[in-house]
Write a protein that binds this ligand. Structure first.
Ligand SMILES: O=P(O)(O)OC[C@H]1O[C@H](O)[C@H](O)[C@@H](O)[C@@H]1O
Length: 562
């Protein structure tokens, strides 16, 4: 159907409620109608994600029900055992997250699939833990992670605790495509589903176990537990679990940003609740200065991402990006485990193809191999799941430049509860030994060389935006830039037809003869094109200047594509 046909279908069909029709009828701009109906939400890097509102390309109770009916059918196709194992469901603080979670539960119940629904907001990683703990066949988190307030999303997990890969996503999609009309979607009354024990609420017991397991991952007691930490959950789900873990680990100087402590679906004091963006730290920086904190830690609304800022010698807070934090954590974990003689012989680090190489150099020096996957924690932890079966490697640590990290395998997604604990512990360890994380980073550079990086994201919204992103990718694909200053292009990988064993993906990667490289890909979670630039130099200035040269050349090409 064309977008206008779909629009009229929603307005005329009695299945849709009056409120939805009213919202749609009030739209006067045809572009807006096109944007809401030109596509159906699809499974991207991390499930379905879109703006909240009426339309097929929006997050609403209808698109949630449709996706869940598809998921339910895939489970029903697997038989009674899978239906009884059921689905665990969690949700975050966003507008409608609790409602959408309930509707998903009702659809599953109506299809005869058991549900374990969290009684209140929980971090995404706890859901991953819960799937393995309760041995459910699948899991759902209603969250748009770090996106702006007008978004929501739907992450789907499978029995191994990771987000679904293309195979299961494809099965769900094909079941969705068989649904001719929204009226085919089943829905059980909530009370009936609870009475008939299709919907079961879970909470405290799982929390307690999860927190215990997280604490067991601690590496060191040789730390300064009085380190002063300002923590902000950015009004999301991190508040309780992160504070609890830090408290139970004995940290006694944790100050929480009061304005960002409690759930706020509008993220009023943050704007864009993504700790990857230094602006998310504005309140934390202010409080940190007041309290003279050593380190600031921020987690995103569903508490799978975490970033930190560290006080330098001039009493200013310096943001540590995902690549640097990943390298610091790997360095800390491997040094400690080397000291304790506990690095597994077959241990590996897993990172994405657009994550930097410093961690790889560190891992190598401890005899630990680094494996690369496509962007997305479903691929990173997909490796842990694979190793469960093949026994080929032991998964030590996985991370991406987009501030997601996981240590060990109790959780099969990025986990900001585990990572906040480890970041705090690592900072407390170096503090005890008279150093800051910035000092340690400098020591790492001295040992392994100066690595620098820059991520540029350009927001291009709507149908026109996605077409322009397509033209940008076409341009680079057709005519690569073969020289930037003294750096000569020596290798190109087009992941749409590469032979590295990864699934096909719209990513282009360009390597220069000095070890620098850059990559371009459309984001799978936001309307953006992302450009990742990496360099290595003999010193900091050289590494930085190479980044600048690549940036200005690549961006001027990008800007020329209208
Ligand atoms: O670059 P994108 O496709 O937007 O993805 C950016 C990030 O989004 C989510 O947080 C995923 O869980 C990550 O694995 C991914 O790195």
């Amino acid at each position: 159907m064309e977008f206008l046909e779909k629009y009229n279908y929603w307005i005329e069909n009695e299945y849709f409620d009056e409120e939805t029709k009213k919202e749609l009828k009030s739209i006067t701009d045809e572009k807006e109608i096109e944007d809401r109906f030109y596509a159906d939400l699809t499974f991207g890097t991390a499930g379905l994600r879109g703006k909240i509102g009426a339309g097929t390309n929006r997050m609403n109770k209808y698109t949630i029900s449709l996706a869940t009916q598809g998921l339910a059918q895939v489970i029903v196709n697997r038989g009674k055992e899978a239906m009884d194992r059921g689905v665990a469901i969690a949700f975050d603080v966003r507008h409608f997250s609790d409602k959408f979670a309930e509707i998903a539960a009702q659809v599953l119940a109506a299809n005869g699939v058991k549900v374990y629904l969290f009684e209140g907001i929980r971090p995404t990683p706890e859901l991953s833990y819960t799937i393995r703990r309760l041995n459910t066949i699948s899991g759902i988190v209603v969250t748009a992670s770090h996106n702006p307030r007008d978004y929501n999303g739907y992450k789907v997990y499978w029995e191994d605790g990771s987000q679904i890969l293309d195979d299961v996503a494809g099965e769900i999609l094909s079941e969705i495509n068989k649904i001719q009309d929204f009226s085919e979607i089943k829905l059980m009354d909530l009370n009936e589903a609870i009475e008939r024990k299709y919907i079961n609420y879970v909470g405290k017991e799982i929390d307690d176990e999860y927190i215990e397991k997280v604490k067991n991952l601690a590496l060191n007691e040789d730390i300064d537990k009085g380190i002063k930490i300002v923590y902000t959950p950015l009004n999301g789900t991190g508040n309780k679990p992160v504070r609890r873990v830090l408290k139970e680990r004995g940290f006694n100087n944790i100050i929480v940003v009061p304005e960002q402590e409690n759930p706020d679906p509008d993220f009023t004091t943050v704007g864009y609740p993504n700790p990857e963006d230094v602006k998310a730290f504005n309140y934390a920086v202010k409080l940190g200065k007041e309290k003279e904190a050593d380190i600031l830690i921020a987690t995103d609304p569903d508490c799978d991402r975490v970033a930190c800022m560290v006080k330098n010698d001039n009493e200013e807070y310096v943001f540590i990006n995902g690549n640097k934090t990943g390298a610091l954590l790997i360095n800390y974990i491997l040094t400690t485990r080397n000291r304790d003689n506990t690095i597994p012989k077959d241990g590996v680090i897993v990172k994405s193809i657009v994550t930097g190489d410093l961690s790889k150099a560190i891992a190598e020096s401890y005899g630990v191999e680094t494996i690369e996957t496509l962007t997305g924690f479903k691929h990173i932890c997909g490796k842990a799941n694979e190793f469960d079966k093949t026994k080929e490697h032991t998964f030590i640590f996985g991370y991406e430049e987009s501030i997601g990290y996981v240590y060990d395998t109790i959780v099969r997604d990025k986990d900001a509860v585990i990572s906040s604990m480890l970041i705090a512990e690592m900072a407390a360890f170096y503090k005890k030994h008279g150093k800051t994380l910035l000092d340690e980073l400098e020591a790492i550079y001295k040992q392994y060389g100066y690595y620098d990086e820059k991520l540029i994201s350009i927001v291009l919204e709507g149908l026109e935006g996605s077409r322009r992103i397509g033209r940008m990718m076409d341009s680079f694909r057709e005519s690569p830039i073969d020289k930037i200053e003294d750096m000569k292009l020596i290798k190109v990988i087009d992941y749409l037809n590469d032979e590295t064993g990864n699934p096909k993906s719209n990513v282009l990667k360009y390597y220069f003869d000095d070890g620098s490289w850059y990559a371009i890909r459309p984001s799978g979670t936001e309307p953006k094109i992302k450009i990742y630039i990496y360099s290595k130099g003999g010193n900091k200035e050289e590494a930085e200047s190479k980044i600048q040269s690549i940036e200005s050349t690549v961006i001027s090409r990008i800007d020329s594509i209208k």
